[in-house]
Design a protein around this ligand. Sequence first.
Ligand code: NOJ
Length: 574
Amino acid sequence: TERKTADRKDSGKEEQKMELNLGDKVVYQIYPKSFRDSDGDGIGDLNGIRKKIPYLAKLGVDVLWLNPIYASPQVDNGYDISNYREIEPTFGTMEDFGNLLAEAHEAGLKIILDLVVNHTSDQHPWFQESRKSKDNPYSDYYIWKDEVINNWGSSFGGSAWEYAEERAQYYLHCFAKEQPDLNWENPKVRQEVYDILRFWLDKGIDGFRMDVISLLSKDQSFPDGPVIQNKAYGSYYAGCANGPRVHEFLQEMNREVLSKYDIMTVGETPHTNADEAALYTDESRKELNMVFHFDHMHLDYDENGKYATNRVPLVALKKVMTQWQDKMHECNGWNSLYWCNHDQARAVTRFGNDSEEYREISAKMLGTCLHMMQGTPYIYEGEELGMTNADFTKIEEYKDVEALDIFKDFTERKGFSKEDTLHLLHLKSRDNARTPMQWDASENAGFSEAQPWIRVNANYKRINTENALADSDSVFYYYQKLIALRHELPIITDGVYELLDAENEKIYAYLRKGEKESLIVLCNFTDETVEYEVDESVKAERSKLVISNYKDAPEKFASKITMKPYGAYVYYTK
Ligand code: NOJ
């Protein structure tokens, strides 16, 4: 597509947001640190990604989302940025980035970057200045108070307020203390951010994933938050999530920057329900194209929050997914579809079954269930292989600040045993998604010649891209087919979603309805064979199977169907 430039807006042409037609696009998420190391330091890098462009093109995805690649002390793996206009040296140089972008574009792949502007690193020059005094040009770039004014706790443990000796005040950090929150009330801060956006957009990138964008606007009364999930502190969401000016800020950002480029945007919006999401994504409001919600990620929480042994109940999952399908359709918004990312457990372990017997079949079922929905599917690196949770046995193997904090908090304050806490980390830690991508059966899974920064999963000899590419029945080729189907069948983009059999605890059945055609999607979420009778309202005289994870799936739709363990069956009818 032809890139719009700033001056085209002056020609009086109405701005258009996102000219990439999102409808049939599929995004692949790359965690650069763990994708492929090209220079032998045990850390993935940009040139490593470049080498794998043919692999990504073969899978058939349209857009690559890279987690933060900017200069960073890496306290939170790049979500603590010290220079927004430089590449993190362990990842490469600006020249490497230019080459990656050019080669990706040549291969028909778009690239979106992670925009982290709720907070910076405490090493960012703005903060270094800001902390010095109350009356320098950067004093108001962050949120400073004379006292700890409320009960908020940081996401990674401890109070959300940290004392800075030099300035004799406290600053707010919703995340680690090395991640001070920016003060979006200050118009200078906003202009600085817009300049950063322009800097990257003018290089020709294709959009942004926007980190915790729902937290930008703080309620200036800074109200106490409820103490939930047996935490030591109150929740900052009370005064940060979907705050009073967040839509005003995003509309300003859209008006001043986003609307002038042909790009896509996806906001990460913790603590945002479908009604609130409509405000971010309704096209006519000119904010973002879509958001990542967390409603389906919260279904296996217990009284201690995320670190729980619960499985996601299917009826609740269907309810949440259906709410979002319906709401985004109705409000002229758009869904982001994901099972996992760099902050979540591996999809097959969490929602499927990672035993030897069912790993591949259940990974394919999950892919089917998600990819036939309306919205933009996001594939997290390794999901297309059915990669599983990490197999760490000691706390020393975990690297994530969240995991280390949880270990401390659960064992020291909550009184959990080390063993039980390690089990919870095995189920839910963010590091489950961050172990190196498994390329082949050679040492370090072909990820690096050096010892990787985080240990490779021991199952890499079995689960790797080399094996997957050599096996026509692999999860990889199944995902390739799911992606191709989205490109081929407009009904996957446009069809109206309709849930069937809401209360069924084993089967996820839904339709996508068009004017003359429809899809019938049937997924068995259990390891049992289920004799299933599809709702009698569903009639399909002429039908054909478009995809199934079982070779002997019936070619024609019949309302009585034997659904094998983790079976997925999609029928097209006209
Ligand atoms: C959400 C990101 O996905 C996560 O990895 C990070 O720790 C927090 N935001 C803070 O930036």
